[in-house]
Design a protein around this ligand. Structure first.
Ligand code: ZN
Ligand code: ZN
Length: 218
């Protein structure tokens, strides 16, 4: 798999610092599990963060803070979106480990809901701001033309889409923000399956999707 579209330094730094909301952490973790290049860049940000910490003056800690920190590390490790970050063991199937934990298995466990135009989605349960969903888009079908009020991360798991400028295939991640107006169209071939996180409702430009928006929760 040749990955052409990667995470930005900003996102990797925020992930390394544990500052991303859960919805975005899941997409970043999913990309990293497939991408040696971003995993290596993340490791260097982790090292910089650790070096900064060791150079800080010691501060008095409240009693119980070590236990609380260890509990937090353990719970994040179980979720699969925090450390450890070794190269994940390869698993058969479409979904890498972080995503499997949220779905409760692989593609056959996803509970799809039709959202019109042959597109199906499954919203995954996360805490905090933003939301994350799996999208399944048949060949030739477009996600309606829309802008963004916030950040949108779209990780391709299967198939490919074209947004008018670039092609995004398996392993690629599309980072879109306020300046992006695109109409992603799924390529011929197998259904395009993506994992997408958004931190604000998408701003659809045609009337019909806007009416449907509250019902689709996108
Ligand atoms: Zn990458
Ligand atoms: Zn978009």
């Amino acid at each position: 798999m040749t990955i052409r579209h990667h995470l930005t330094d900003q996102l990797l730094m925020a992930y390394s610092a544990g500052e991303l909301p859960e919805a975005f952490s899941l997409v970043v973790a999913t990309h990293i599990s497939r991408c040696d290049e971003c995993r290596a860049r993340l490791a260097s940000f982790d090292a910089v963060g650790g070096a900064v910490l060791t150079q800080c003056d010691a501060a008095p800690m409240a009693s119980g803070s070590l236990a609380a920190t260890m509990a937090m590390i353990r719970s994040r490790a179980i979720e699969g979106v925090g450390p450890p970050r070794e190269r994940p063991a390869p698993v058969s199937g479409l979904f890498p480990a972080p995503l499997r934990d949220y779905v409760g298995g692989d593609l056959d466990r996803v509970q799809w809901r039709a959202v019109g135009g042959g597109v199906r989605q499954a919203i995954l349960r996360t805490e905090g701001p933003g939301s994350v969903r799996l999208l399944r888009i048949p060949a030739g079908v477009a996600v309606p033309d829309h802008g963004h009020r916030g950040l949108e991360l779209t990780q391709v798991l299967q198939g490919a889409f074209h947004d008018g400028e670039d092609r995004f295939g398996p392993g690629d991640i599309d980072v879109a923000d306020e300046s992006t107006h695109h109409t992603p169209v799924a390529e011929d071939g197998p259904d395009c399956i993506c994992l997408a996180a958004t931190d604000a409702p998408l701003r659809f430009r045609s009337l019909l999707p806007r009416i449907a928006q509250p019902f689709l929760r996108i």
